[in-house]
Design a protein around this ligand. Structure first.
Ligand code: XMP
Length: 556
């Protein structure tokens, strides 16, 4: 049985894993009265951890950490009732942190089922305060917000949560309120210098911790989460790439039967993995459409086509719509307008190609879990539109197709693991993200063929140096931007008046936040020299040192 986590290749693997899983399977079978012919993949969604999201910026991180321990989990809002989650067969609940104080007027509370179901509960930060407040303890404001590193002293491994850990460990704190009295039946199990009660337990698998185990600044956080999920909730390790693939393939087969499926390929990993899964399930019933919008990087359409032909043996329709996109973009300067135009043109091309295929029943999209969570959040909150993301595969409104979204429960890292499991080429699986609107949002101002040419050459050099210096997989994205500023320079004895190219390179997890990558000076110098010397029309190169926020990754 494959023991690899969907998203963490370096997780702890113990020799007893197989025993643990088969023992669990026996128990699960006994419980559900199932027969021994039930395959492991049937159990992939057989149990889950539920994360109640109180609005913490770290909720997604908690989910990722749990998935890394090979356990499925879902994030739900505090107003979800038991009926809406019970089908997931929850084995435990995590109450996330959040920005509120339990004394705020509309402070979100845990639904009563969390306590009634007698499942193990781990309250993190605000989640712990909610537990204390609802169960009869006392939460008080502190005069000083505790933020940053702290040392947690706990009672040792007798608490399963801290199994295998030394009795003092570094942790990350970020809270205003703190616990002054534990609820009846609870007792303190850890303290820090500023928080006399930094963790509590009731001896019945209800635990609260004031620190954040999900962030990297709590180095033992992974062990703590692993302990909660496996030692306390007794979950098995079923969430693996192999199990996911067999489960998803079966699911797609059952759904599609003998229907016809289309999928738009962008060259990115999400659509490639989604297509590959569907192909695995229904073979030639799938046709992929690859639209060249004329906004790709140098030699990219050819490279993508070749990779698809070599590694993804699907029916593929190639539509070169360069002229259509470029003429639609004439005179368009506003970034949102560019996105809109590109989105519309894409749908036009896509519809045209799909129509040529005759009757189609399903449209495959590479929607990921963060998109699903975001759109759920949007139902509850009014959030500002920063950018309208245009993704290939946007649904033509009148196309009456049923959506297939086989990746809607996966994080990006998990998609990559699944891609490898399906045998996709590493160059496809580890390709840096590239936006749907392509170079149009990296050419500032009007998108003109000659400007695209300048950017393509500069971007080629950035990529060449990044790859040659083994930085490609270390950064989230690295690319060139053609600014709409021109400056005076000198080449030989001649005055020049040329474009400024900006180099952008960022590190990130999931692109929600990002930091500018500390590319070594020598490499920056080489990139700058090469661009200024090799790219006609450019006489100045700058490096973007803005993180996100306040910037975004792309310039438009
Ligand atoms: P921003 O610029 O919003 O980008 O920080 C976050 C991530 O999303 C990518 N991006 C897009 N991807 N369609 C896409 O498919 C879009 O319209 C789009 N805009 C930005 C960007 O490259 C980064 O990875």
């Amino acid at each position: 049985m494959t023991k690899k986590s969907l998203s963490n290749r370096s997780r702890r693997v113990s020799a007893s894993d197989d025993l643990e899983v088969s023992a669990y399977l026996e128990i699960a079978k006994e419980k559900s009265g199932q027969h021994s012919s039930t395959s492991t993949s049937d159990h992939i969604h057989h149990e889950a951890i539920i994360i109640i999201d109180f609005g913490s910026q770290y909720s997604k991180l908690i989910a990722r950490r749990i998935r890394e321990t090979n356990v499925y989990c879902e994030i739900v809002s505090p107003d979800q009732n038991w009926e809406s989650v019970s089908h997931l067969n929850p084995r435990g609940v995590i109450l996330s942190g959040g920005p509120a104080s339990v004394y705020d007027q509309d402070a979100p509370m845990a639904p009563t089922w969390v306590y009634d179901q007698r499942l193990p509960v781990l309250g993190i930060c605000y989640g712990m305060q909610v537990m204390v407040h609802q169960l009869g303890g006392k939460v008080i404001p502190t005069t000083k917000r505790e933020y940053g590193h702290a040392v947690l002293h706990h009672g040792g491994s007798s608490q399963l949560l801290f199994a295998d850990l030394p009795s003092s460990i570094p942790v990350w704190m970020s809270h205003g309120d703190r616990i002054s009295d534990s609820p009846p039946g609870f007792y303190p199990i850890a303290h820090t210098e500023n928080s006399p009660i930094a963790a509590i337990a009731d001896g019945n698998n209800m635990i609260g911790i004031q620190f954040h185990p999900e962030v990297v600044h709590t180095p033992d956080g992974k062990t703590i989460i692993d302990n909660f999920v496996h030692e306390i909730c007794a979950c098995g390790r079923f969430w693996t790439p192999a199990n996911f693939v067999s489960d998803a393939v079966k699911d797609i087969k059952d759904k599609v039967e003998d229907g016809k499926v289309i999928c738009a390929l962008s060259g990115g990993v999400d659509s490639a993995v989604a297509a590959s899964l569907v192909h695995e399930a229904v073979g030639d019933q799938l046709t992929c459409i690859f639209v060249n919008n004329g906004l790709m990087r140098k030699e990219e359409p050819e490279r993508i086509l070749k990779t698809f032909e070599d590694h993804l043996k699907v029916n593929l329709v190639y539509a070169d719509a360069t002229d259509q996109f470029l003429s639609a973009l004439k005179g368009v300067i506003d970034p949102e307008e560019k996105r809109k135009v590109i989105g519309q043109e894409f749908i036009r091309v896509f519809e045209r190609e799909a129509e040529a295929l005759g009757k189609v029943d399903y449209l495959t999209q590479g929607t990921l879990y963060p998109d699903v969570i975001e759109s759920k959040t949007d139902d509850n909150k009014i959030s500002a539109t920063i950018k309208t993301h245009h993704n290939v595969g946007g649904i033509p409104k009148d196309m009456k197709l049923t959506l297939l979204e086989p990746l809607r429960h996966l994080f990006k890292d998990e998609v990559r693991e699944v891609g490898l499991e399906l045998g996709l080429a590493e160059e496809m699986v580890y390709r840096q993200p590239f936006p749907g609107p392509g170079l149009a949002i990296r050419v500032m101002g009007e998108v003109l063929p000659e400007k695209l040419e300048v950017l393509r050459e500069a971007d080629w050099i950035v990529m060449d140096e990044i790859k040659n210096n083994n930085l490609y997989n270390q950064v989230w994205q690295s690319f060139a931007v053609l600014t709409d500023t021109r400056t005076v320079g000198v080449t030989g004895d001649h005055r020049t008046y040329g474009y400024v190219i900006a180099i952008r390179a960022v590190t990130s997890e999931e692109a929600m936040t990002a930091d500018w990558a500390r590319i070594p000076y020598e490499i920056l110098a080489r990139i700058s020299n090469r661009i200024a010397n090799e790219v006609l029309g450019v006489n100045r190169v700058v490096f973007d040192i803005t993180s996100k926020p306040p910037g975004t990754i792309e310039w438009e």
